[in-house]
Design a protein around this ligand. Structure first.
Ligand SMILES: C[S@@+](CC[C@H](N)C(=O)[O-])C[C@H]1O[C@@H](n2cnc3c(N)ncnc32)[C@H](O)[C@@H]1O
Length: 276
């Protein structure tokens, strides 16, 4: 017989969780996201042998355990990603960005890219594969992937993907060429893997010292923040880009009206923010 349903998060704890997640990551969770807290935090509650999310909140309040607090925030991050997400952006990189770069950097053959909010690495590795396909295998390419979630960073570093993950967005020819099948997993080849490294990082921290970058992906993460946090992040990204460097955002995101030191360009019908 199924047990009684666990008690719902009470109003006070709901507010506590909202504030905890906001204070520690900038992620805004609205007041009608009960199901989200419940589905994301229940595994943690079970793992800790607690009775309910209310118990988790009580423990977090009482102990102020930083590690537990971090796990709660990580559980609330949305890590959805896939290879070559927004293909038109990769086409713009291939057709417009790389030809220009090849001319400008013919002497140094150096390229620095930042995948901010990298999740499990598909964004960074899609670019690495594209660069190999476009003949930049002998370049000094550094792709930095950062994410709040240490679990995601660890996964990205492994560069091992399940069948269901390589089925999303990755053309079969590129899968065969750049991955090796080992058991149930696909391992990315070393040529692409060595171009990228991954670190945990909160996007709200100061990021200028990471730069300068030629290209920054900051996709499908600004949507979770309020205007003030978006403005702070976009300002930092601007400071971390070379003049003329590109910023690519997710389809539902814009820098327009928030950070004015970007010019908007439209190569191949894709919106690109060019640092002034
Ligand atoms: C939806 S994924 C986007 C992944 C990838 N950029 C893409 O578009 O496919 C959003 C990622 O942002 C990360 N994130 C959320 N808040 C963050 C913060 N304050 N600092 C750094 N990363 C954060 C999450 O952990 C998650 O992996």
């Amino acid at each position: 017989m199924a047990g009684a349903a666990p008690p719902r998060i009470n109003v006070e704890n709901y507010r506590f969780l909202q504030q905890h997640v906001y204070a520690n990551s900038g992620i805004v969770l609205e007041t009608d996201k009960h199901y989200l807290f419940e589905s994301r935090l229940t595994p943690l509650v079970r793992q800790m042998n607690l009775g309910s999310i209310n118990d988790l909140c009580a423990l977090l309040r009482a102990t102020r355990d930083g590690e537990m607090g971090r796990k709660v925030v990580e559980a609330m991050t949305t890590n959805e990603t896939y290879f070559f997400r927004d293909p038109a952006q990769y086409e713009a990189i291939r057709k417009v960005f790389l030809p220009r770069l090849k001319q400008e950097r013919a002497d140094t053959k150096r390229l620095r890219v930042w995948s901010a909010a990298a999740s499990s690495g598909q964004e960074a590795y899609s670019l690495a594969i594209l660069l190999l396909e476009e003949g930049l295998g002998d370049w000094n390419v550094q792709i930095l992937g950062t994410d709040y979630s240490s679990g995601m960073v660890e996964r990205a570093r492994q560069a091992k993907f399940q069948q269901i993950e390589v089925n999303r967005g990755l053309p079969a020819a590129l899968l065969i060429k750049h991955f090796r099948r080992t058991g149930m997993e696909w391992h990315l080849c070393e040529d692409a893997r060595r171009m990228a490294r991954f670190e945990t990082m909160d996007l709200r921290s100061s990021m200028r010292a990471l730069g300068p970058f030629d290209l920054v992906f900051c996709r499908n993460v600004l949507i979770y923040f309020d205007r003030e946090t978006k403005a702070k992040i976009l300002k930092e990204i601007h400071g971390a880009l070379y003049r003329g460097g590109w910023l690519l955002l997710g389809g539902a995101e814009t820098a327009f009206g928030i950070e004015e030191r970007f010019d908007r360009d439209n190569p191949g019908n894709v919106t690109v923010y060019v640092a002034r």
